[in-house]
Design a protein around this ligand. Structure first.
Ligand code: NAP
Ligand code: GLV
Length: 311
C-alpha cells in the first residue's frame, strides 16, 4: 500500500512532510516518480493530468486537495469505481467566510464607488445615503459547507440573507430557495449575489446574461466558486450597461488569468488570484490519515463525494 501525491501546482513537498511526520511508516511517493503503479492505493490530487488515475490498477480512494472536485471529473478517463473524498475543513471554511465578509461589506458600504471618488478628488454628500444591513438583500448560490458558513456569518451582521440549493433546506435566519423553480425568486431579492456552487454540468455557465437580467439593477457579484460558472463574455456588457455595478472574481476559466485578459484593467472588476480559501495541509492530512484508517478497517469514509452528482 502506497500513497501518491499528484499536486504539481499545490505544494507537494509540504503534503509529503505532513504525511511523513504523522505516519513515518507510510510509503509516500510524488508524481511522476511513482515506482510500480500497482503499489498505489491512495492518491492525494489537485488537477491530476488526464489518464494519470486510470493508470493505477489498485487505486481505491482519491483525496481531492480542495473542497471542489471538478478538477478530477474533467478527466475523461477518471476511473468510475474509485471513491472520492473532498476537503471539508474549518480553516478552509474560515478562509471563505473571511473572503465573503470582506467583499460583501465592501459592497454594502459602496466602497468601489468611494475609491473612484477618492481618485477623482470628489466629496459627494450622497455617499452618506447607505442602506441598513437588514435592507441589503444578499443571495448565496449554494448552501453547502461554505454557503451556510458564509450565510450564518452574514445573518450575524444582520443582512437579509437568502440562499439557493438543489434540495430543500430550512436554515435559521436564511430564506431558502431550491431547484430551478426557486432560482428567480432568489435572484430578484439579491442586491449582492455570491456564487458558492460546485462546478457540475448543471451549474456550468450559470452566471450569464440571463441570470444577470433577473437581479436588481446595479447588483454586485462575488464569484468565489469556479471560473466555469461564469460566461465571461456576458460580464463586461452587464457591467457597462449598469445591469451590474461591480464584480469580485476569485476564479476564472483560465488560471492563471492571462496577462492580456480584459478583466485585469476593468474599473468595475476586482480580481483575486484564486486565494479565497486555501487548503491547509496541517489539518487536512490528519483527516486523510483517519480516512485511510477507516478504509483499511472497512468503515465508511468522511466527506465522500457523490460521483454521480459530481460534488
Ligand atoms: P458543498 O458543501 O458540496 O455545497 C454545494 C452546494 O451547492 C449545496 O448546497 C448544493 O445543494 C448546491 N448545489 C449543487 N448543485 C446545485 C444545483 N444544480 N442547483 C442548486 N444548488 C446546487 O460545497 P462547498 O464545500 O460549499 O464548496 C462549494 C464550492 O466552492 C466548491 O465546489 C469549490 O468549487 C468552491 N471553492 C472555492 C474556493 C476558492 O478558493 N475560491 C475554495 C473552496 C471551494 P444541496 O445542498 O441540495 O446538495
Ligand atoms: C479551492 O478552490 C477548493 O476547491 O478548495
Amino acid at each position: 500500500m502506497a500513497v501518491l501525491i499528484i499536486a504539481s501546482h499545490d505544494r507537494p513537498d509540504w503534503w509529503l512532510r505532513e504525511l511523513e511526520q504523522r505516519d513515518p511508516a507510510l510509503d509516500v511517493r510524488i508524481w511522476p516518480d511513482i515506482g510500480d503503479p500497482a503499489d498505489i492505493t491512495y492518491v492525494l490530487a489537485w488537477k491530476p493530468p488526464p489518464g494519470a488515475l486510470a493508470s493505477l490498477p489498485n487505486l481505491a480512494i482519491v483525496f481531492s486537495l480542495g473542497a471542489g472536485v471538478d478538477h478530477l471529473f474533467t478527466d475523461p478517463d477518471f476511473p468510475a469505481h474509485v471513491a472520492v473524498v473532498r476537503v471539508v475543513d474549518p480553516y478552509l471554511t474560515a478562509g471563505m467566510r473571511e473572503y465573503v465578509l470582506l467583499h460583501t461589506l465592501r459592497y454594502h458600504k459602496n466602497q468601489p464607488a468611494l475609491d473612484q471618488q477618492q481618485r477623482d478628488h470628489v466629496w459627494d454628500d450622497r455617499a452618506r445615503e447607505l442602506r441598513r444591513a437588514d435592507e441589503q438583500g444578499v443571495g448565496i448560490l449554494g448552501l453547502g459547507e461554505l454557503g451556510q458558513a458564509c450565510g450564518n456569518a452574514l445573518v450575524g451582521l444582520n443582512f437579509d440573507v437568502a440562499g439557493w440549493s438543489r434540495s430543500p433546506k430550512d436554515l435559521p435566519g436564511i430564506t431558502c430557495f431550491d431547484g430551478r423553480g426557486g432560482l428567480d425568486a432568489l435572484l430578484g431579492r439579491s442586491r449582492i449575489l455570491i456564487c458558492l456552487l460546485p462546478l457540475t454540468p448543471e451549474t456550468d455557465g450559470i452566471l450569464n446574461a440571463n441570470l444577470f437580467s433577473k437581479l436588481p439593477k446595479g447588483a454586485f457579484l462575488i464569484n468565489a466558486a469556479r471560473g466555469g460558472h461564469m460566461v465571461e463574455e456576458d460580464l463586461i456588457p452587464a457591467l457597462e450597461s449598469g445591469r451590474l455595478a461591480h464584480a469580485t472574481l476569485d476564479v476564472f476559466r483560465e488560471e492563471p488569468l492571462p496577462g492580456d485578459h480584459p478583466f485585469w484593467d476593468h474599473s468595475q472588476i476586482t480580481v483575486t488570484p484564486h486565494n479565497a480559501a486555501i487548503t491547509d495541509p496541517r489539518s487536512v492530512v490528519i483527516q486523510i490519515l483517519e480516512d485511510i484508517g477507516r478504509h483499511q478497517r472497512g468503515e465508511a469514509l468522511s466527506n465522500q463525494v457523490d460521483t454521480g452528482l459530481g460534488y
